[in-house]
Design a protein around this ligand. Structure first.
Ligand SMILES: [Zn+2]
Ligand SMILES: [Zn+2]
Length: 276
């Protein structure tokens, strides 16, 4: 598959998260140049208590972010523009995701993403550098399962992110992966094959002993479960809107995985009708 065949991206960041470049309109222009059909905008979620501000927008910026998406819809009617955010799940804010984001702000979809996870003491641990033990893998998996149980999230970004600091696939990886895969099947939540990970692998120095992500044994195990997957660019600049997405589709093809229905994704009538 050629990069230009990638028509639907649901994972796009704007400058508001402080580590990406470009605004919604810049990505729309690029998507149209690439003859894409869907652009899902999914910046790192604002949080109502402004926690973890280093890599996300301030809470006060949320209406302006939503406005940028709404304006783009008027400016680029030829493109399907879908309103999303990439969210950690903070249990005490359970109602906020549902009432404010999916409710008042009318987000079309939310991505669940464990850049941090809750450990067994209910304390937050960073996933980068944090999933480096058998215990942490259990906690990371439990946290991802908890996100899926909420049914707030249409898919889970980079569920194999633990490859950032766990050097060798072993039974601990397999057990954690099986827990996540079983939950994804049970709750009907998609799992993302993340092309940013492939771009990171391509740029990885030889001194880095870790596999990063996508980690192929995870996707091989996925064939044992009735799960659906989604390929996304995880673009942090317009130039990356298609970067390595064809390689991500190669993984889907290699293992014969089933891709999510991207037409239904973001369509509230089909995906958010039965929020538990
Ligand atoms: Zn992410
Ligand atoms: Zn992302």
């Amino acid at each position: 598959m050629q990069d230009s065949d990638f028509k639907h991206n649901f994972h796009t960041h704007t400058y508001r998260c402080k580590h990406a470049k470009g605004d919604v309109a810049d990505y729309c222009e690029r998507a149209i140049a690439y003859e894409m059909e869907t652009l899902g905008v999914s910046d790192h979620s604002a949080m109502p208590d402004d926690r973890w501000l280093a890599g996300r927008m301030h809470y006060v910026d949320l209406p302006e972010y939503v406005g940028a998406i709404d304006r783009a819809r008027e400016q680029f009617p030829q493109l399907r523009i879908v309103k999303g955010m990439e969210c950690e799940y903070v249990p005490e804010h359970r109602n906020w995701y549902e009432d404010e984001l999916l409710g008042a702000y009318e987000f079309d979809y939310l991505i669940g993403a464990a850049h941090l996870f809750l450990d067994e003491k209910n304390e937050w641990v960073g996933t980068y550098g944090g999933t480096n033990s058998a215990k942490a893998l259990v906690e990371f998996a439990n946290y991802n399962v908890k996100m899926m149980e909420t049914r707030l999230f249409d898919f889970i970004a980079h569920p194999d992110l633990f490859g950032n600091c766990y050097a060798k696939w072993d039974e601990n990886c397999a057990a954690a992966s099986r827990d996540m895969l079983a939950a994804a099947a049970e709750f009907g939540v998609g799992l993302e094959v993340n092309a940013l990970g492939i771009r990171k692998q391509a740029a990885k120095p030889a001194s880095n002993p870790f596999p990063l992500y996508p980690w192929l044994p995870f996707w091989e195990l996925a064939t044992d479960y009735d799960v659906q997957v989604i390929v996304n660019a995880d673009a942090h600049r317009p130039d990356d809107l298609q970067g390595k997405t064809s390689e991500a589709f190669d993984i889907v093809d290699q293992f014969g995985l089933t891709h999510m229905d991207v037409g239904a994704l973001g369509d509230k009538a089909t995906t958010k009708g039965d929020l538990a």
